[in-house]
Write a protein that binds this ligand. Structure first.
Ligand SMILES: [Zn+2]
Length: 496
């Protein structure tokens, strides 16, 4: 680490440069063009595809020309958020960087260290003449934060390397070695209705709004391991009970906010001739049951409320209501399997988030987000949803499929990173998988289809609060990550 370019000053000044060029997702053309210019000025081979993805090649340094080629990959786009009322235009204004002790952040906005720091390391390496490294293929994608459209479109057949280092992880000292694939499903249950008026009149019927609320929710991939309550599922259990015990008909249902969020509030409007006190007592007993079940998770705040609702003209037929409740009871929810390969952490292998219930245009629609780090297990979970639908005369539409990056027990990069980390910092790094998508999954799938055996690892410095105005980069972890990167490259270079 005695070379001039090895100093943190080099990648930090490139980071500053990146922060002066607009690069919001779907608006990366200026940064993409800058990278083309950067490469041409240094006589490095560069290609830019129509999406704006960039590939820059740099030969190995002296004595390392014949070493294995390494792909260094990150995404150039950032999530742009700013404090309310701040006069700031991401399409023009440079980010205002602030250093506060060990932390680098941007004044009033997100920082884009996710994933600008990866690009800064790449530029520092490509620009250097005194850092020893093997041949490099730098891959910088667009639109990672909005569905990974850049990586999806990238032509991987241009790449020759069989070692792939992604730098979009956000915990120094943690090496990521697998990610989940995913798919969304929408189950459409036809809504059969009948006139509510005779029921309302004959049995002193009353319209009520029942709401399951007070849960914590969270990211449907990263937080599914917390076993938090799923308000859609809990509501289904309450309605199953009420419709069996009392004269109780369902008018409408609604739950959840987004496919990738665990639902924390769900509600139903019902028409019932039961005494209000009876219903209230029943809901209170379910509140107790659910709080008990969720006592190690988010049960403490859970409440089930009963309120008056506006009268409605129609209710679901008993048959349709039974179908909806049965499907909601049976649909896979939460953790489906745990990973038994990566033993250094508790890692969810497969899950299904029963994310939303909506009533729209003559249908009740269930939205699900399925994830698994094993492709066939994702298929199996989606098949369960299909079979369930066919049993009740419903249909399923799948979308947003993306592939997993499966754990490779024979990885060469993993032991190299582990031993290098230990040698440099005299402590052990952690090896983990992630129950969410990374661009590595898309690249892994491309190489698999090309019949190429490519070894992956993802790492990066500590970035906290990504996608918020509190985003900050730990400068000391950025320095450690940089040291690790150049030492790993040096060691690969010596295996020529
Ligand atoms: Zn990222």
């Amino acid at each position: 680490m005695n070379c001039e370019s090895c100093s943190p000053k080099t990648y930090l000044s490139w980071f500053e440069k990146i922060c002066s060029i607009p690069h919001e997702s779907r608006n990366e053309q200026a940064l993409s063009n800058f990278l083309v210019e950067f490469a041409r000025e240094r006589h490095l081979a560069v290609s830019q595809d129509e999406k704006g993805n960039i590939l820059i090649r740099k030969p190995g340094t002296r004595g390392m020309e014949q070493a294995p080629t390494v792909i260094l990959q990150g995404h150039m786009d950032m999530v742009c958020v700013k404090d309310e009322g701040l006069d700031f235009d991401f399409a023009q204004d440079p980010l205002r960087l602030v250093i506060d002790g060990d932390s680098l952040h941007a004044d009033g906005t997100s920082l884009g260290a996710d994933n600008g720091i990866a690009l800064a390391y790449i530029l520092a390496l490509l620009d250097s003449s005194d850092i020893p490294h093997p041949p490099l293929e730098a891959v910088v994608t667009v639109d990672e934060e909005v569905g990974m459209g850049g990586a999806t479109a990238f032509d991987a057949s241009q790449l020759s390397a069989s070692l792939f280092i992604n730098m979009d992880s956000e915990d120094e000292g943690v090496f990521c070695v697998s990610c989940a694939g995913g798919r969304r499903s929408r189950m459409h249950i036809p809504a059969e209705t009948e006139d509510a008026a005779p029921l309302a009149a004959s049995g002193k019927g009353h319209f009520y709004l029942i709401t399951v609320t007070g849960l914590a929710g969270g990211h449907s991939g990263l937080e599914i391991i917390r076993e938090r309550g799923n308000s859609n599922k809990l509501l289904a259990r309450v309605l199953d009970d009420l419709t069996r015990k009392f004269p109780c008909r369902i008018v409408s249902l609604n739950g959840g906010t987004a496919a990738n969020a665990i639902p924390k509030e769900s509600s139903a409007v019902v028409l019932s001739s039961a005494e209000e006190q009876e219903l209230r007592a029943e809901l209170d007993s379910w509140t107790e049951i659910f709080r008990h079940e969720l006592r190690g998770a988010d049960g403490a705040g859970l409440v089930i409320t009963l309120a008056d609702a506006d009268a409605a003209d129609k209710v679901l037929t008993e048959r349709c209501a039974a179908n909806v409740i049965d499907a909601a009871l049976l649909i896979p929810t939460g953790i489906a399997s745990m990973d038994m390969n990566i033993t250094s952490q508790r890692l969810v292998e497969s899950s299904n988030n029963f994310a939303m219930i909506r009533m729209e245009k003559g249908e009740i629609v269930f939205h699900c987000q399925t994830r698994s780090s094993v492709a066939s297990k994702k298929e199996a979970l989606c098949r369960q949803i299909d079979v369930l639908a066919s049993m009740i005369g419903a249909t399923v539409e799948h979308s947003g499929d993306y592939p997993a990056w499966e754990y490779n027990p024979n990885s060469r990069l993993q032991p190299l990173f582990e031993s290098t980390y230990r040698d440099l910092f005299h402590k052990d790094a952690r090896v983990e998988g992630i129950h969410a998508g990374l661009e590595c999954g898309l690249f892994a799938e491309k190489f698999r289809k090309l019949g190429r055996n490519v070894d992956f690892l993802s790492f990066g410095p500590t970035v906290s609060g990504a996608h918020t105005t509190r985003e900050c980069l730990s400068l000391s972890s950025a320095e450690n990550t940089w040291k690790l990167l150049i030492e790993v490259l040096r060691r690969i270079g010596k295996t020529a």
